[in-house]
Design a protein around this ligand. Structure first.
Ligand SMILES: CC(C)(COP(=O)(O)OP(=O)(O)OC[C@H]1O[C@@H](n2cnc3c(N)ncnc32)[C@H](O)[C@@H]1OP(=O)(O)O)[C@@H](O)C(=O)NCCC(=O)NCCS
Length: 148
């Protein structure tokens, strides 16, 4: 459904067998987010979010799953976007967001942790706008962003 000609990965809908690799990427990414470590419910939330109609994975023939995104319809809210650390800066997040945008009825939105400077810079590079500051979202230390 989406192929990156140069990097060799493609994006397809999530399948049940992808849950393990997605969970591994999620768990590894959280190592860089000590502020989220105590949030045990986030694993259950991730499992519930991963389904064939509202989640997509980026897959590379040798490496396997290198990233995933889940989308909450009908709000077109991106509740997970995680890329394997070895595959960052290769356009995987941009590709996943492009696929999600094609499925959505309007601009995408998401909440990013204020401490997550890398993700904030990535969204800024992709033209996302801050529409609510950390305090205004009602969620501690998160900012609401919308896609171009
Ligand atoms: C944030 C994240 C999803 C970005 O994924 P990615 O596949 O590396 O992003 P892309 O390669 O598609 O990059 C898209 C743009 O963002 C830029 N970018 C990506 N990460 C960046 C960073 N840490 N700092 C600055 N710019 C960054 C890229 O350079 C690119 O811009 P360009 O096209 O102008 O060169 C990835 O770093 C990640 O999984 N982080 C951990 C989990 C996380 O924080 N998820 C977001 C939760 S809201």
């Amino acid at each position: 459904m989406y192929k990156h000609a140069g990097a060799g990965w493609n994006i397809r809908p999530f399948e049940t067998a992808d849950a393990g690799p997605c969970l591994s990427i999620f768990r590894d990414s959280l190592k860089d987010m000590p502020w989220r470590m105590r949030n045990r419910g986030q694993y259950m939330i991730l499992r519930r979010a991963l389904g064939p109609r509202n989640a997509w994975v980026a897959e590379e023939p040798d490496a396997g799953i290198v990233g995933f995104l889940s989308l909450q319809p009908p709000q077109d809210y991106v509740d997970h976007l995680f890329v394997d650390r070895d595959w960052r800066f290769c356009g995987v997040a941009r590709g996943l967001l492009e696929v999600a945008r094609q499925q959505a009825t309007g601009p995408l939105s998401l909440d990013v942790d204020a401490e997550n400077l890398g993700a904030r810079r990535a969204y800024e590079a992709m033209g996302w706008q801050v529409v609510a500051s950390a305090s205004a979202t009602g969620k501690a230390r998160q900012m609401r962003l919308v896609s171009p």
